[in-house]
Design a protein around this ligand. Structure first.
Ligand code: SAM
Length: 280
């Protein structure tokens, strides 16, 4: 049974990195008139109130989007990210945070298509209500790991797949890599973005080794740490592994990550990593 609810974590430092990368990739895809396809294998509820019981219980957003809300002199990509989040909020007050499906919907054009998977019985209802009816968007109450394979290659022959599970099941660590390889076999020129949490560093070392040993090519990793690695329970850092990234992404992350590590790190422990996992 699924118990993870993203409402406890929406807008935290992991979302800041994940959604900045998402915005960069979708904005890059929009540079051409040709349509793109966006697949979100783990979509979540779509929209989150930062006044909800869950959000107020953890207050994680305060050390994420909350810590950027009134900052001046942001790196341009973070300014763009904040502008997009502001467009979901009335006036200047931070009260709502859009998840990846709503961010993608905000950026999509008439010709683009979205496929959103969510398996949780409650989250799917909230997602459907947040999306409303839109012919360009298909919401699926199905296992995103399995069902997304049938969409590849997409009709548009251009696109992004975001793989963003909660890792509440330990098998997710293996399933993300298996899915990534299967997707890539069917659609080798697509862009894939895989989110990972650093709870136990060894698991991420293994993930990186498996990618290095795979047939995937052109893979970059971007990681943001909030506290130093430790054996304590909880997430210390998180990252995005991107297959076939836009050529502009790395340079942008070189501006963004040092800033976020300083701004969102706790007690000076913020850190970042940028790594070419596989050559082009
Ligand atoms: C980390 S949250 C997604 C957050 C979202 N991508 C965002 O950035 O706003 C992960 C979601 O995946 C859902 N989920 C878990 N296993 C799934 C599966 N096999 N297929 C589809 N959704 C799943 C969970 O219910 C949860 O809502």
């Amino acid at each position: 049974m699924l118990s993870y609810r993203h409402s406890y974590h929406a807008g935290n430092y992991a979302d800041v990195l994940k959604h900045s990368v998402l915005i960069h990739i979708l904005t890059y895809l929009k540079k051409k008139e040709k349509p793109f396809c966006y697949v979100d294998t783990h979509a979540g509820a779509g929209m989150y109130s930062l006044r909800s019981e869950q959000a107020l219980k953890t207050n994680e957003y305060l050390q994420g989007i909350g810590a950027l809300w009134e900052q001046e002199n942001l790196p341009s990509a973070i300014a763009e990210y904040r502008e997009l989040i502001k467009s979901f909020n009335d006036k200047q007050e931070l009260a709502f945070y859009p998840g990846s499906p709503l961010i993608a919907m905000h950026l999509m054009r008439q010709q683009d298509r979205l496929f959103l998977y969510e398996l949780h019985n409650t989250e799917i209802k909230i997602l459907e209500a947040a999306i409303k009816k839109d012919k360009r968007v298909t919401v699926l109450h199905k296992d995103g790991f399995q069902d997304c394979l049938r969409l590849m290659p997409p009709q548009q022959r251009r696109g992004l797949v975001l793989i963003d599970p909660s890792y509440e099941m330990k098998t997710d660590y293996q399933q993300v890599i298996d899915t990534l390889i299967q997707l890539h076999k069917r659609f080798a020129t697509g862009t894939y973005a895989l989110w990972y949490p650093v709870v136990e560093r060894q698991r991420i070392n293994e993930l990186e080794q498996k990618i290095a040993a795979s047939q995937l090519s052109n893979v970059q990793l971007f990681e943001l740490g909030q506290v130093a690695d430790s054996d304590q329970l909880g997430m210390n850092a998180s990252g995005m592994i991107v297959v076939n990234p836009p050529w502009t992404l790395k340079a942008e992350m070189e501006q963004v990550l040092p800033y976020l590590a300083k701004q969102l790190g706790i007690e000076g422990q913020g850190s970042y990593r940028i790594k070419q996992l596989k050559a082009e």
